[in-house]
Write a protein that binds this ligand. Structure first.
Ligand SMILES: Nc1ncnc2c1ncn2[C@@H]1O[C@H](COP(=O)(O)OP(=O)(O)OP(=O)(O)O)[C@@H](O)[C@H]1O
Ligand SMILES: [Mg+2]
Length: 276
């Protein structure tokens, strides 16, 4: 029996005011515990899809389901959705608005009406998870871009969502910042949060994701990331380059360095380790 996705769009369509349909007839679910990556060209609808899944936009047709039940777009329904699904938007400046990091991160939990002690606990934990405890009292507008990204993610983490959706979280981060973010996401996943991210970085997608969803002009293709992201036609239709890892894996298998069925290296470090 198929497991009910945590959150799911069924036959969903969306068009911005006076615009053409961005998405139509979309069936798309987020399965608990799976690392899911969303890929597609600029303007293909990744951000729109994420906003539909997190309740920022309401589908023009079709439905959004949370735990199998249709989401009601009233206050109660939206609070329930937002405590389950949190979106971190592409640009941290669209997300941060409070004067200090602590105020910003505590806004969501406070708005849920949680007791002050629990708000404090959640904020402490979120700041620690993102390694920005030292920035607690800093004005958000004085933070660097990478620090603002972290603060924005901390705000979503403090809501303790079951699903955390991140819109291009690694864009604009330096390589070390990207690695540290991946560590943060691994920690969240280990603690039971389901993580979804949009990215244009196919190598990151292959390395990080269990599943991939690729937005193409003919619809959304979903499946295991390693398989989907080895399909040249699919990648081309989504304006993506080939990932290195599947090509390296195939090369090593053809040369007998890797046995069939053994997963190939996904990072330069894993490739180097094969030779040692
Ligand atoms: N607020 C808006 N009003 C009108 N049209 C919009 C709005 N936001 C997005 N669109 C349009 O909807 C389509 C999908 O945009 P969306 O932002 O979802 O794409 P995306 O896949 O996230 O792109 P990118 O990779 O550039 O972030 C685009 O054609 C875009 O111009
Ligand atoms: Mg986008």
């Amino acid at each position: 029996m198929a497991v009910t996705p945590l959150v799911e769009l069924v036959g969903a369509g969306y068009a911005y005011e006076d615009g053409p349909a961005v998405l139509s007839g979309v069936d798309f679910g987020i399965a608990e515990g799976r690392a899911l990556v969303l890929l597609g060209r600029n303007g293909s609808g990744k951000t729109t899809l994420m906003r539909l899944l997190s309740g920022g936009l309401r589908p023009g047709s079709g439905t959004l389901r949370l735990g199998g039940a249709d989401v009601a777009y009233d206050r109660k329904g939206l609070v329930r959705l937002r405590t389950s699904v949190q979106l971190v938007v592409q640009d941290p400046d669209d997300q941060l608005f409070a004067a200090s990091v602590e105020q910003d991160v505590s806004f969501g939990p406070m708005n849920l009406g949680l007791p002050a002690a629990e708000v404090r606990e959640r904020v402490d934990a979120a700041l620690a998870a993102l390694d920005i405890t030292a920035l607690r009292d800093r004005p958000t507008h004085l933070l660097s871009y990478g620090q603002r990204k972290r603060a924005a993610i901390a705000g979503a983490v403090a809501m303790a969502p079951r699903v955390l959706i991140l819109d291009e979280p690694t864009a604009g981060l330096d390589p070390d910042g990207q690695e540290r973010l991946l560590d943060v996401l691994a920690g969240l996943r280990a603690a039971g949060t389901t993580v979804v991210m949009a990215t244009h970085d196919v190598d990151l997608a292959v390395r990080w994701a269990d599943d991939a969803a690729v937005l193409t002009p003919s619809g959304i293709r979903t499946g295991p990331a390693a398989e989907l992201l080895s399909e040249p036609e699919l990648l081309a239709s989504a304006g993506l380059r080939s990932a290195w890892a599947p090509v390296v894996g195939a090369f090593l298998r053809a040369r007998g360095v890797l046995a069939d069925g053994v997963p190939g290296p996904r990072t330069p470090e894993e490739l180097a380790a094969l030779g040692s």
